[in-house]
Write a protein that binds this ligand. Structure first.
Ligand code: HEC
Length: 209
């Protein structure tokens, strides 16, 4: 079987049968162990679903941040070089100089935790303990004035924290003609104009020759 056909077979197999059935039927691969699945299955959702148990404080996060994060993101989240800034800019997204930070842009604290867990520190991802991640999430929220100095986060409190941009990702369609008030359903145009025909098109943008 060609490698392409084999890849297609695997995709179909994964989509249609359970892992154990596909391993047996195709004679390839093996069933992942529960520990392997648990290693991949780490996503946390905005409502807190999937968050691991743990807790951390702003004070604990300060120490971790200074040693693991400040070299790239700055002592106060102001960014070093071309690394992203993490603090400030709240309310700037609709202005002429939008600044995308945790405070201004990030919609949920739970997904911030999730991102830190899977991606940071850059170059040494997934090296942190769960409690360290709660502490770092707390501290980066503190840098944005979203938690007090004695703030603390755990799996229950983190997703109850309302972020400034939580409602910023869905906006009404700004086009004045949408939604159309009374869409025309019959006899809508008086004139029918043919702009091009498929058989005379050169295939590049539908231009008629
Ligand atoms: C070696 C430099 C480096 C270090 C150290 C580092 N980061 Fe980052 N960080 C980056 C880069 C680069 C990105 C952007 C990655 C991307 O977009 O794929 C980033 C992205 C982020 C983001 C998302 C920013 C956004 O605009 O959405 C957060 C939050 C973050 N880092 C937090 C941390 C924390 C907390 C630590 C310490 C545990 C840390 N980083 C350590 C370089 C670093």
């Amino acid at each position: 079987m060609s490698s392409l056909a084999r890849a297609a077979a695997i995709v179909v197999a994964l989509a249609t049968v359970t892992p154990s059935a596909s391993a047996e039927r195709l004679g390839i691969g093996r069933v992942p162990s529960p520990a392997e699945i648990a290693g991949w299955d780490i996503d946390a959702r905005p409502d807190g679903h999937g968050l691991p148990r743990g807790q951390g404080t702003v004070a604990q996060g300060l120490k971790l941040y200074d040693s693991l994060c400040a070299s790239c993101h700055g002592d106060f989240g102001e960014a070093v070089g071309r690394n992203p800034e993490l603090a400030g800019g709240i309310g700037s997204l609709t202005g002429p100089d939008p600044r995308r930070t945790i405070g201004s842009y990030w919609p949920y604290a739970a997904t911030l935790f999730d991102y830190l867990r899977r991606a940071m520190p850059f170059g040494d991802a997934q090296s942190l303990e769960i409690d360290e991640l709660y502490a770092l999430t707390a501290y980066t929220l503190f840098l944005n004035d979203l938690l007090p100095t004695d703030g603390r986060l755990d799996q229950d409190s983190i997703h109850r924290l309302k972020m400034p941009n939580a409602d910023g990702f869905v906006s009404p369609d700004p086009r004045p003609e949408f939604p159309p008030k009374a869409p025309c359903m019959t006899n809508c145009t008086s004139e029918i104009r043919i702009h091009s025909r498929a058989r005379t098109s050169d295939g590049a943008g539908g231009q008629a020759r």
